[in-house]
Design a protein around this ligand. Structure first.
Ligand code: AP5
Length: 214
């Protein structure tokens, strides 16, 4: 199964992708994580995209398509790929279709995670991430364990993303509605779209996604 998790910032794409990786041996391809890695390792590309990301705008199609192309051509995923945060524009969606053909794979499902905007603000402003392994926490709904150690890797450093602030979130939401939400119709027309209620508890959302994949 190759699947796209589609939804606005804070919908829970990363959280659910990690659950799928653990439970189904799938491979998560998050363009957000790839871009953040490029930033922190100080590559030319990382420097170019840093400001764009901090302001909440989309990075150019060419850059993210290149990142995904590299992963698809060089990697394998017996349990399938989870595309998390990609595609985000119609051009990226077309490019993904072409790339999947090139590597002899197909896209099986596109899962739209539906969450209202008020919940997104609360989720984004409460998020923290383990610096060691990327496990995602939330001040209220999924707090860091009381011993201060990541439940996944035991790490003790937790970071907040520089784009998780009110201004950049506004821009990110606008980018979602203007540039990414047309993909809902695009994949509906291809018969691949399924929706889940992203407002439920993390475990309930995971169950709904699992049922779609089964
Ligand atoms: P990216 O990293 O993809 O960020 P995003 O799409 O804005 O999504 P988030 O990571 O913020 O949210 P999420 O849906 O993964 O939610 P999470 O599971 O963490 O992109 C960042 C930037 O990179 C973009 O703005 C752009 O500049 C650039 N970029 C990336 N890809 C690009 C592309 N393809 N094209 C162009 N530019 C690109 O959950 C959020 C919080 O909520 C967490 O604290 C979590 O614990 C909590 N939570 C999750 N689920 C639940 C639940 N069910 N109930 C309660 N709390 C929950």
């Amino acid at each position: 199964m190759n699947v796209i998790l589609l939804g606005p910032p804070g919908a829970g794409k990363g959280t659910q992708a990690r659950i799928l990786v653990e439970g189904r041996a799938m491979v998560q391809l998050s363009t957000g994580d790839m871009l953040r890695e490029a930033r922190s390792s100080g590559t030319d590309m990382g420097r170019k995209v840093a400001d764009v990301m901090d302001k909440g705008h989309l990075v150019t199609d060419g850059i993210v398509i290149g990142l995904i192309r590299e992963k698809l051509i060089s990697g394998t995923a017996p349990g399938g790929y989870i595309f998390d945060g990609f595609p985000r524009t119609l051009a990226q969606a077309d490019a993904l279709g072409t790339l999947m053909d090139e590597v002899g794979q197909s896209l099986d499902r596109v899962i739209e995670m539906q969450v209202d905007d008020a919940a997104l603000v609360a989720r984004i402003t409460g998020r923290s991430t383990c610096a060691g392994c990327g496990e995602v926490y939330h001040d209220v709904t999924r707090p860091v364990p009381a011993d201060g150690k990541c439940s996944n890797c035991g790490g003790t450093t937790f970071t907040r993303r520089t784009d998780d602030n009110a201004d950049s979130l506004k821009t990110r939401l606008l980018a979602y509605y203007k540039q990414t939400s047309p993909l809902i119709g695009y994949y509906y027309a291809k018969g691949l779209l399924r929706g889940v209620d992203g407002l439920g508890e993390i475990a309930d959302v995971a169950k709904e996604i699992g049922a779609i994949l089964d």
